[in-house]
Design a protein around this ligand. Structure first.
Ligand code: PLP
Length: 401
């Protein structure tokens, strides 16, 4: 049996929606993007949503919106995909990496200790779809308000460190009964091909800024900023008599095209109404099997405060070395099951090593990494395939440890 890790979920509805964009005479940012933004806001209750061409761009946009640049610090977990850090570096600021907790997410204690008078934002990451402890993060930042040193209009208006959640994994996850998107100041979702909802490439920034911000005004600004700072998008300009425009900000060119938005327009309602539930069922299937194994550490997926979007099934194996984990992965792969590791902690990657980040400062991140194997999870998996996966993983582990 051959089981891929994360094929996209493409059905007739997706193909029809994409065809309708292709046949409409308009293929880049236009009505489909607007529809996808409305749908994200409808399901997550985010006051406003802006779609962009990736979550990486969305993070950069969020940082730039807050005037973050050279000399500023942004706190991020050491355990995440590289984009969280790269976005910070691309705007000229310094990523301050902190260690994580046993649930894979940024440790709020370590975050607190890393705050300085240069800290302008924190980017918690909901690893595998498991929401961070947002109330604790919020109250910690409120407590540290006196250290905050604003030097941009939006920083003065907010008066504290900005929370941008990297929710690349966690659309559909809930925190205190509310969907992510309406929890933190800014939430960035990814619609990359391997994520729970996809547009092939794409992302969304949900705006949920407190007063005195007017989210609609900030949305209008960001929309213009994401289109080269141009006062009219191409769709508006294409109408008769609409030719004149101006460039008013040094913006980015990170808008989402309608052809791609169409994929998301077809997927999003089905995700919230059905395929998210399929993911939860798969999680529970894995859980019921692995909880009987004394060597297994199960990933968190629900408690009184949180439910996961079940993006990754991050299985860990007690007390194993990185080498043993790699041997287990080889055995599983030889049986045709594609698995993965999420993530290599950032300080283990060349670019960050060259900047003097050192993995020895992040023992929990390393420990989570060295014992982790991500199993396939997507709605198309059949019961037969799921049975095959657990038997294959179990045989590989028990013949190795
Ligand atoms: C996928 C991912 C991103 C980047 O998403 P893109 O849309 O590919 O830019 C950012 N952060 C995390 C944690 C991710 O897994």
């Amino acid at each position: 049996m051959k089981i891929p890790f994360s094929p996209p979920y493409i059905n007739k509805a997706v193909i029809q929606e994409v065809n309708s964009a292709l046949e409409s005479g308009w293929i880049t940012t236009g009505p489909k993007v607007k529809r996808l933004e409305e749908l994200v806001s409808k399901y997550t209750l985010a006051p406003n949503t802006l779609c962009v061409n990736s979550a990486t761009s969305g993070l950069m946009l969020a940082l730039k919106w807050y005037g973050i640049g050279a000399g500023d610090e942004v706190i991020i977990p050491a355990y995440t995909y590289a984009a969280t850090a790269l976005a910070v570096i691309h705007v000229g600021a310094t990523p301050v990496m902190v260690d994580v907790s046993d649930d894979f997410n940024m440790s709020v204690n370590h975050m607190e200790n890393a705050i300085t008078n240069k800290t302008k934002a924190v980017i918690p990451v909901d690893i595998a779809g498991w929401p961070c402890d947002y109330s604790e993060i919020q109250s910690t930042l409120n407590r540290k308000k006196s250290l905050f040193n604003p030097n941009h209009e939006n920083q003065k208006k907010l008066g504290r460190i900005l929370i941008i959640s990297d929710s690349a994994h966690s659309i559909g996850a809930t925190y205190k009964k509310e969907y992510l998107g309406s929890i933190t100041d800014l939430t960035v979702f990814s619609f990359h091909a391997v994520k729970n909802v996809t547009t092939a490439e794409g992302g969304a920034v949900c705006l949920n800024l407190p007063e005195p911000f007017i989210n609609q005004d900030e949305y209008n600004y960001l929309r213009c900023f994401s289109l080269n700072g141009q006062t009219k998008d191409a769709f508006t300009k294409s109408k008769a008599g609409g030719w004149r425009y101006d460039i008013i900000y040094l913006g980015l060119k990170i808008n989402m095209p309608d052809i791609l938005a169409a994929i998301g327009v077809a997927q999003l309602p089905e995700y919230f109404e059905k395929t998210l539930e399929n993911r939860i069922e798969i999680y529970e299937f894995y859980h019921n099997f692995f909880k009987t194994k004394s060597w297994a550490i199960l990933p968190p997926y629900k408690n009184d405060d949180k439910t996961s979007s079940c993006h990754l099934y991050a299985l860990r194996i007690k007390n194993i070395s990185e080498t043993t984990r790699d041997i287990i992965i080889d055995k599983i792969s030889k049986e045709g099951v594609a698995v993965n590791v999420h993530f290599q902690p950032l300080p283990m990657l060349t670019i960050f090593k060259d900047m003097d980040y050192d993995i020895s400062h992040y023992p929990i991140a390393y420990n989570n990494y060295k014992s982790e194997i991500s199993l396939p999870i997507y709605p198309q998996l059949t019961n037969k395939e799921l049975e095959y996966i657990i038997i294959t993983v179990n045989n590989a582990v028990e013949s190795t440890i």
